[in-house]
Structure formats: structure tokens, C-alpha cells
Design a protein around this ligand. Structure first.
Ligand code: MSP
Length: 505
């Protein structure tokens, strides 16, 4: 089978705050998707990084009494460390202060300028620093930014403008020719609504600020932070520095983003690419917000939850599983600690943990600790085939919660199979061996299918049922074909994997 390239990105996170649960949310979804694609044999490029220019960072640095570079240098590693702790398998981490990124931004600016789509003009507008976006009077809610509920600032600047208004028809035509490019559909429709509502030119440069990438033809100006930031998706794969690499990895398969940055990703960005004559992304995944007490989690709202605290409490995989399984992709979810524990208890402790411990206990007692081989005509084989098909559909259609539910259907079927056969009540012999071989084979397939979501756990299950090597070394679809567990392997009982948690009153 030919190796296919699959690339995906998360937004690059502002370094004005340390990583919080809202950042972890998209990054974990991206990671699981990247891992699924590696399992199916794709050559994957998974990108994340940090957005380090702009007024917001300049102001945060000023407040801390540092230069913006010093400030960014302090926060960017915190993102890298957090992703390491969350087992994020990104292939690259781009910082917008890197030389390779400056080269890409300069090249894209110049390409749009040469195409005649960037022009000098004077602008007066109302600016929200938290969004790094201009608003019209009508867009404000009670005179405040509609997203951050903060006062906006009145700015007048001579700016270079990107002539977005010229792209309305071209964008609508492109999206009409690429149905399903934005997923889920209802979020894509919101983006189309923004385009149909009419597009205004936006300024792509600032003279009031020095912290950014200078415009190549007029170095008094630095690039507007969103023009700069979006370009990371190109500069990270060689645009401006390595043409061969760029042609290998562009266009990207999926940009993952939150619903608050749809305008920039689904309207500005494709227009910028069209102007420069660069192919458009193949897909956008638009996620909802993970709310805390009904509010978007953000530094500005002061309701930030540190994902690393939750990892210390519930484990990396407990946390990753919750993020992926709890909320259908695209919808808003409300984070509660009780919800986290409930998910953990029902799916990880009662279903997966219980299945593993039952199997290991019965194999120890009735099979001398040696796992028997499965039957070719096991009643569980159909459940396994269906679980694989639906898990695959779930990941490929960017619905992690459905993918996991499908994988868990095999866990539930295997627990039910054990309860129906009660091998713990049966004398050792062929009947027990047959049932336990089937259950071990189901666990092997579960380990493979669940590995994108809970990689450490999957590896632990793999090892405890006696299989050598790494789950990440397996390849689908072969690894999901019934009959792969060879039997005659030592099965280890080990500590309970997901001890039940008490829900605090
Ligand atoms: N720097 C820009 C993105 C530039 S991409 C070229 C930015 N950064 S951000 O750090 O403010 O937010 C990044 C992403 O995190 C956004 O997609 C945003 O939706 C997401 N989240 C921030 N808080 C969130 C939640 N509480 N829940 C889910 N995602 C949210 O915007």
C-alpha cells in the first residue's frame, strides 16, 4: 500500500497565558487523529505551536516588565512541556518568532502585494486587543467586544489593507465546489453566513507596534498578527525556505480550530491563499468550546482550569479519554469535575479496567496464567468487525466521541460474553480456554483501536496480555482482523488499571 501524507494543525496558542484546558482540548483531538492516521499507515505531519507577536503579547510583556521576546521565551516552553505531559505526538512545534516563519510571512505578504490585493489606506476603527480584531459599532454588544465583553479601543492608523471584499464570490464558489470541507456542517454554515453577510477589507499592517514581522516593501510597518499567525501553517512546512518540503506537505488535510476563530481561518485565510496563488486547505474541523460554568474558559474570564492539575489527579489517559469521549465534536461542552469522574468510572473503571482484570484473573486461575488462542468462529468476531468499521468511520469523519463509543461497544460485548458464559464458574478445560481466547483477542483489538485516545493504557493492556512490541507499531486494517492473538502467551494480572473513584458529595 502506498504511503499517504496526512497533515493536520491546531491553532497556534497565544503566549499571553500558560496552557489551559481550552488549549488542551483541540490539541488532544488533533493528537488522537494524528495517531489514528499513523495506525492506518499514513505518513503524518501534526503541527502545533505558539503565536508570539501582536499587541496582546506586547502588553502582557510590558506588564511583566520584560521584552516581548523574553516573555515569549518564558511561556512557549510551558506549552511544549504541557504537550509532552499530555502525550501529544506533534511532529513539529512552530514559534512565530523563528526565522523560518519570518521568511514565510515575508513571502506571503509579498505575493499578495504583487497580486495587487494589498494596498495602503487610512483606517479608523474599534479594536479589541483580546481578539486582535476590529469591530464595527453594530457588532458590539452593549458597546463591548461580543466575545470578551471588554471595552474596545478606537484606533486611527495608516495601514496596508488586504482587499478581502474582492473575494466574496470566489470564496462562495470555492466552498460550493468543495462541500463538506468544513466540518461539522452547522459550523461550516456559520462561516458561509459570514461570507454571504459581506466582506470588508482588513488591515494587514501596524505602525503603532514594532513587535512583529516587517512588511518587506515598507519596513515601518509590521504585519498584522493574524496575517502573521495564519502563515505558520505554510512556513512550518517550508514555504519561504524549502520548496520541496512545501510541495510534499501542502495543502494541509485538516486545520483544527475553535468556533471563535472561524472568520480568520475560513474567510481571511483562504482569500489570502487565493490571492497568492496557493492551493487551499482540504479541510477545516471547527470545534466548540469547553465551557467552565457556562463561560468560555479564558485568562480574561478568570475561570481557567490547568490541564496538568487534572492529569495529576485522574491520569493522562483518564483526562484524554474524557476530552475525546464526552462531547460530540463541534458542540460546546461544559467541564465539570463530577462529569470527569463519572466518565472515568463508567467507561474506564467499570468497562475497560474491569474487563482486563476479569480476563487476567480467570486466565490465572483456570488457564495457569497462559492465554489461550481465540476461536476462528467466535461469536465476538462480528462485534469486533463492526467495532473496527465504526471506529474508523468515527475518526475519519472527525467524530472522536463516536469513534470511542464504537471501540467501547467491543468492550461491552466482551463483558457481556463473559457474563453469559461465566468462565469463572466452569472447570478448567477446552470450554474455558475457548471463551478466554476470544476475550483476549477482543482485548488485543481494543488495545489497537483505543490507542489513539489512550496510548499508555493501550500499551499496558498489550503487554499484560503477553503481546510483544508496541501497539503503535501495529497497522490497520490487518491489526483489527480477528485471530491475531496467537495464544500461549503469559498473561499478567498487575495492579487495577483504573481504580474506581468516589464522586465527592
Ligand atoms: N493565536 C490565535 C490562533 C492563531 S491560529 C493561526 C488564538 N489563540 S488562543 O490561544 O486564544 O486560542 C487558540 C484556540 O484555543 C482557539 O481555537 C480557541 O477556540 C481555543 N480555545 C481557547 N479556549 C477554549 C475553550 N475554553 N474551549 C475550547 N477551545 C478554546 O486564538
Amino acid at each position: 500500500m502506498a504511503v499517504a501524507n496526512f497533515s493536520l494543525t491546531t491553532p497556534i496558542y497565544y503566549v499571553n497565558a500558560k496552557p489551559h484546558l481550552g488549549h488542551a482540548y483541540t490539541t488532544i483531538i488533533g493528537d488522537a487523529l494524528a495517531r489514528w492516521h499513523r495506525l492506518i499507515g499514513d505518513d503524518v505531519h501534526f503541527l502545533t505551536g505558539t503565536d508570539e507577536h501582536g499587541l496582546k503579547i506586547q502588553q502582557a510583556a510590558d506588564a511583566a516588565g520584560m521584552t516581548p521576546q523574553q516573555f515569549a521565551d518564558g511561556i512557549a516552553p510551558q506549552f511544549q512541556q504541557a504537550w509532552k505531559k499530555l502525550n501529544i505526538s506533534n511532529d513539529d512545534f512552530i514559534r512565530t518568532t523563528e526565522p523560518r516563519h519570518y521568511a514565510g510571512v515575508a513571502k506571503l505578504l509579498q505575493a499578495c502585494y504583487d497580486a495587487g490585493d494589498i494596498e495602503l489606506d487610512t483606517y479608523t476603527g474599534l479594536y479589541c486587543v483580546a481578539c486582535e480584531l476590529y469591530y464595527t459599532e453594530e457588532e458590539l454588544v452593549d458597546g463591548l467586544c461580543p466575545i470578551h465583553k471588554l471595552p474596545v479601543e478606537s484606533f486611527e492608523e495608516e495601514n496596508y489593507f488586504f482587499r478581502l471584499s474582492r473575494f466574496e464570490g470566489r470564496l462562495l464558489d470555492w466552498y460550493a465546489g468543495h462541500p463538506g470541507a468544513m466540518t461539522p456542517e452547522f459550523r461550516g454554515n456559520e462561516a458561509l453566513g459570514l461570507i454571504r453577510g459581506g466582506l470588508r477589507d482588513f488591515s494587514v499592517s501596524r505602525t503603532s507596534l514594532a513587535w512583529g514581522v516587517p512588511l518587506p516593501w515598507d519596513t515601518k510597518h509590521v504585519a498584522y498578527v493574524w496575517f502573521d499567525a495564519l502563515t505558520n501553517y505554510l512556513s512550518s512546512v517550508g514555504y519561504g525556505t524549502d520548496d520541496e518540503r512545501f510541495s510534499e506537505w501542502w495543502p494541509v488535510d485538516y486545520h483544527l480550530l475553535g468556533k471563535d476563530i472561524v472568520r480568520q481561518h475560513c474567510v481571511y485565510w483562504p482569500a489570502m491563499l487565493m490571492s497568492a496563488g496557493i492551493a487551499l486547505p482540504k479541510g477545516w474541523g471547527i470545534g466548540g468550546w469547553l465551557l467552565a460554568g457556562g463561560e468560555k474558559m479564558s485568562k480574561t474570564s478568570g475561570n481557567v482550569i490547568d490541564p496538568l492539575d487534572l492529569v495529576d489527579d485522574i491520569g493522562v489517559d483518564g483526562f484524554r479519554y474524557y476530552v475525546l469521549a464526552e462531547t460530540p465534536y463541534g458542540q460546546d461542552g461544559d467541564f465539570t469535575y463530577e462529569g470527569l469522574l463519572n466518565r472515568y468510572n463508567s467507561d474506564l473503571a467499570n468497562n475497560l479496567g474491569n474487563l482486563l482484570s476479569r480476563v487476567a484473573t480467570v486466565v490465572a486461575k483456570k488457564c495457569d496464567g497462559i492465554g489461550p488462542a481465540p476461536r476462528a468462529d467466535s461469536p465476538l468476531a462480528t462485534a469486533a468487525a463492526t467495532a473496527y468499521e465504526s471506529t474508523s468511520d468515527g475518526w475519519l469523519s472527525l467524530q472522536p466521541s463516536r469513534a470511542l463509543d464504537a471501540t467501547w461497544s467491543l468492550i461491552r460485548a466482551t463483558n457481556a460474553y463473559l457474563e453469559a458464559n461465566e468462565p469463572w464458574k466452569t472447570e478448567p478445560g477446552a470450554a474455558v480456554d475457548a471463551v478466554m481466547g476470544d476475550a483476549l483477542e477482543a482485548l488485543r483489538i481494543v488495545a489497537v483501536l483505543a490507542s489513539p485516545a489512550i496510548p499508555d493504557t493501550a500499551q499496558e493492556v498489550w503487554g499484560r496480555i503477553g503481546l510483544p512490541g508496541l501497539v503503535v507499531g501495529q497497522r490497520l486494517p490487518n491489526a483489527a482482523a480477528w485471530g491475531g492473538y496467537p495464544g500461549a502467551l503469559a498473561v499478567t494480572k498487575g495492579e487495577p488499571m483504573f481504580p474506581r473513584r468516589q464522586i465527592p458529595a
